[in-house]
Design a protein around this ligand. Structure first.
Ligand SMILES: *[C@@H]1O[C@H](CO)[C@@H](O)[C@H](O)[C@H]1NC(C)=O
Ligand SMILES: *[C@@H]1O[C@H](CO)[C@@H](O)[C@H](O)[C@H]1NC(C)=O
Ligand SMILES: *[C@@H]1O[C@H](CO)[C@@H](O)[C@H](O)[C@H]1NC(C)=O
Length: 392
């Protein structure tokens, strides 16, 4: 009898622990939904100054942080949605109403083109096009990419790697009065600038996506593979090439750090807040997060078609996920596309955590600063690199 009681006690204990575990997992899941899929996008675009998007559109589940009445509630709140008339006033709210009104306006002129980028004239073929999202002010980031992982290469078999930067009109033109001259000269010097006639804001990154795909379709349709990513990443191009050598460019391929079952964030204090009037469903389609992804030229052309038919959505990663869903292509997750960067120098003054062997395995490491990218590339490419140098 004692033993049975003992057993019962054990079972009870186990059950209790299980319940606790479930609670903890549930809580973590929630946290992850808030913080998880987005750590780097936030960093990548922080220079553009949009950190929070409180909105005047209806709140959903958000716990009410201190709110104040908005000075001028929107005139055109859609019928049937609960209007609180309140918004957080820490930052100017993102105007979803305006976004919805304007989203049919989605064709902008290409102001600077690189017509020779893909038809270089040589006998070689463009094997990999590296397309990097940038903003005009980030000249240093473009420079470090040009000098490190974004270097253009031609292999003995004629295969070429070419790099291009994707830009819009700077949002604050008074801050950078010489921007037009800078771009004119930069594009002449490096021949790697594409500039479109839309404002380069975080929420216009979707336009950058659609216009880039359109450019590939019109002006770079023979490209075999494309890497598209941010400028604050380290990309191990050798590893990407190795992955691609055996692949068939005429087939679908879409590889990255794929995020599945992410839920729209309904907290309006979040940078990624999306009200239900903009996206009503509970779950986003699978999409590539993080610093970049790889696709075949074939997939890019199919995505170009599909994206024309998908309504604009303010988060570009998710928007591309919607286009992928439309063509019925399941993106492939690859371990090499990590969602973190190296430990900050302050946390590791001697960079002792930098283990080149570890980074040799990766394809994309993101949220890096310019010196980190430069250092990483040099450490990984210096044949005389000596670990002991790091233990200064
Ligand atoms: C643009 O930049 C200038 C100069 O840095 C600054 O004074 C101004 O407040 C900025 N404007 C906006 C809208 O951010
Ligand atoms: C996107 O760019 C267009 C054209 O410059 C501009 O009118 C619009 O306000 C921008 N949208 C966002 C959300 O920044
Ligand atoms: C690398 O380290 C070894 C000892 O571990 C040392 O003998 C050698 O000089 C170092 N090479 C360089 C380039 O620092």
């Amino acid at each position: 009898i004692m033993r049975r009681i003992h057993l019962k006690g054990d079972v009870l204990c186990t059950l209790l622990l299980l319940v606790l575990l479930c609670l903890v997992l549930y809580a973590q899941h929630d946290l992850q939904l808030i913080w998880g899929p987005w750590p780097t996008v936030a960093k990548a675009t922080s220079s553009q100054g949009i950190r929070q998007i409180p909105s005047r559109t209806p709140a959903t589940q958000a716990p009410q942080a201190p709110c104040q009445p908005h000075p001028s509630p929107p005139a055109s709140t859609p019928q049937g949605s609960p209007s609180t008339g309140k918004a957080m006033v820490t930052q100017p709210p993102f105007d979803f109403q305006r976004y919805l009104r304007n989203k049919d306006c989605r064709d902008f002129k290409l102001l600077i083109n690189q017509p020779a980028k893909c038809s270089g004239g040589q006998a070689g073929t463009l094997f990999l096009l590296i397309a990097v999202k940038s903003v005009v002010a980030d000249f240093e980031k473009r420079q470090v990419v040009r000098r490190t992982w974004g270097r253009e290469l031609t292999f003995q078999n004629g295969a070429q790697v070419r790099t291009i930067f994707l830009l819009g009109i700077p949002q604050n033109r008074t801050q950078l009065p010489l921007w037009e001259q800078l771009l004119a000269y930069e594009s002449q010097a490096f021949q790697d600038i594409l500039l479109w006639d839309f404002e380069d804001t975080f929420f216009n990154l979707t336009l950058k996506e659609t216009h880039f795909l359109k450019w590939v379709d019109c002006c770079c349709s023979d490209v075999k593979f494309i890497f598209k990513g941010d400028a604050d990443v380290y990309v191990n191009v050798e590893n990407i090439l190795e992955m691609l050598w055996g692949q068939e460019p005429g087939r679908d391929l879409f590889v990255g750090d794929i995020i599945v079952h992410a839920r729209p964030i309904r907290r309006r204090s979040s940078k990624y807040f999306i009200p239900e009037i903009v996206y009503g469903q509970g779950i986003y389609p699978s999409y590539a997060g993080g610093g970049g992804f790889v696709m075949s030229g074939f997939t890019a052309r199919r995505l170009h078609q599909a994206c024309q038919e998908v309504e604009l959505f303010p988060i570009d990663d998710v928007f591309l996920g919607m286009c992928l869903l439309r063509i019925g292509l399941q993106p492939v997750r690859h371990e090499g596309f990590r969602t973190f960067g190296i430990v900050r120098p302050s946390a590791a003054p001697h960079l002792q955590v930098f283990d080149p062997c570890f980074y040799r395995e990766l394809m994309v490491v993101h949220s890096l600063t310019v010196p980190q990218i430069w250092l990483m590339w040099n450490l990984l490419h210096d044949p005389h690199f000596n670990d002991s140098l790091l233990d200064l």
